[in-house]
Write a protein that binds this ligand. Sequence first.
Ligand code: SF4
Length: 682
Amino acid sequence: MTQTHCPYCSLQCGMTLQREGRAALAVQAWPEFPVNDGALCRKGWTATGLRGHRERLTTPLVRDPATGELAAATWDDALDLVAARLTSIQRDHGKDAVAVFGGGGLTNEKAYLLGKLARVALGTSLIDYNGRWCMSSAASAGNQAFGVDRGLPFPLADVEQTDVLVLVGSNLAETMPPAARHLDRLRERGGRVVVIDPRRTPTADRADLFLQPVPGTDLPLALGVLHLLDAAGAVDEAYVAARTTGFDDVRRSVAAWWPERVERVSGVGADELRALATLLAGAARVTVLTARGAEQHSQGTATVLAWINVALALGMCGKPSAGYGCLTGQGNGQGGREHGQKSDQLPGYRMIDDPAARAHVAGVWGVEPESLPGKGLSAYELLDSLGTDGGPRALLVHASNIVVSAPNAVHVAERLAALDLLVVADVVLSETAAMADVVLPVTQWAEETGTMTNLEGRVILRQQAVAPPAGVRSDLDVIAGLASRLGSTAAFPTDPEEAFAELARASAGGRADYAGITYDRIRAEHGVFWPCPSADHPGTPRLFADAFATPDGRARCVVVDHVGAAEQPDDDYPVHLTTGRVLAQYQSGAQTRRITDLPHDGPFVELHPMLAARVGVRDGEPVVVTTRRGELKAPARVVTTIRPDTVFVPFHWVGANRLTHDALDPSSRMPAFKVCAAAVRA
Ligand code: SF4
């Protein structure tokens, strides 16, 4: 019996894996793990479905230049080939001719060593990961406002004790169902839940107040709320004076956002906005949580900052059972960037252009600080540059199904096809792996040990429950094998606990300090919250009680204004398109679409009966959605729960991201997944 965690989302629910007979593995509850109290969603209960799957990769594949087909190869042949091609490409075109792309599902150890592979063994600046498309706008806003980026600065269960919980663009009842019990308990003790979403989701069904804005207008809603709070005298002036800077400018900036103006922009009635402001003004404890619906926009960072301003104005950040947080999506979206998988960061959430950070990490790695490359490109910009004049000619991908999950996916597939060498390490032949020149079969979750950092900043331990199939290697082995073939003399541990100990040393003194965390402590304490700088430090479940992580300890109130979505509806593309997740699928679906015990009911196009009537389509009939970038044909799902001017497409299947826009947030470089202009026809 092995205590471990779910392979999917950022809740990282605890579960027990029980061997049954010689081969079977059963998922059972782990009631003592506090984040989920033994509850799992159907994805968690069926997570063993990929073990022994007929599509599981168990041998490296190399594309035969004569036939153009992928053919089985030995590990030595595959790794020798990759190393030789990378060396030759870098010799002819420079270090940055090779790029690396990671995943938000990789363990901390893998993310750390992938960053080290890029910076030390390859010497390339070009590494980023798909977590950039998860919560980077909230990360950017958190860094600006609080001086630190940790999804939730408090344990998730704290929300049960708040008085008003505002969920902006989160459908947690479907995306992380065990978390929804906190909403129920909050309401049982008399608290109120507010949900803001263009769709009336199962989460909205639990709300006391539901606001249904036009996609991409969560920002003016926040400006309007703060306008009303200020007018009502509900700003906590003592808190603002003692713990923040910049509020006077913010106060002036929201003066122009009176409720009727917000109504014209967002479609949310002035009376509904007043109802929200009244609720907030009368509450002793308010918690605001944002998620992808608010963040995946070309103004995602500004939107989060606007909601942080609301929480700060009310004096909530740092107060018990109150404040602001972001609900991370991917399993290790948080830890993935803390330890060097993001183009501008080194381990410990150090910035790569900080000389002191470079010196510290170079010391741990045994290299000269000057040898470390500088800041590279963000995830989409990196993909956009592939195969262009002067751009990368080779790409290593670990655990990311880019051609399904990237925005403007037709264009991204063209860029991948323009490469001289595409190498993909994955557990199945995903749509991206199917394009590769070399495919490397790697271990999955229950077959390996490693740490993840959940949405609360709690570092948890996934423990190996079974041996991997013959022929499969860990990503750590792949990274070490490539590093040695590339001639690197730096250490690339293949034992995860050894890799974690090195990661902890590299993080020491950084913002995400793991120096005091060990596997034994994680096992004994059900996870340890960072920062945890020493063995005798208890970890930090709650941040900001006394000070923020800024140089003067005060939070920054930042002036932001509404610009609007990068692409607005017009005569040719008259409706808004928004994308999102469904209960039974996870991210690009590479894993969950192959699990037979999960329903396979997508893709689909959700639209309102009024729009369906205008288009001439009935429930279940095919409907075509087009944007300036691509087209998707899928069955219509006619529902009254969506705005009449909006269509929704889940992104777990090929097609949704052929439609989405690649406009980027200027600060986080987050693409505008959540809104663009579309046309619908029967
Ligand atoms: Fe828990 Fe998320 Fe796994 Fe569901 S997918 S069991 S909510 S970790």
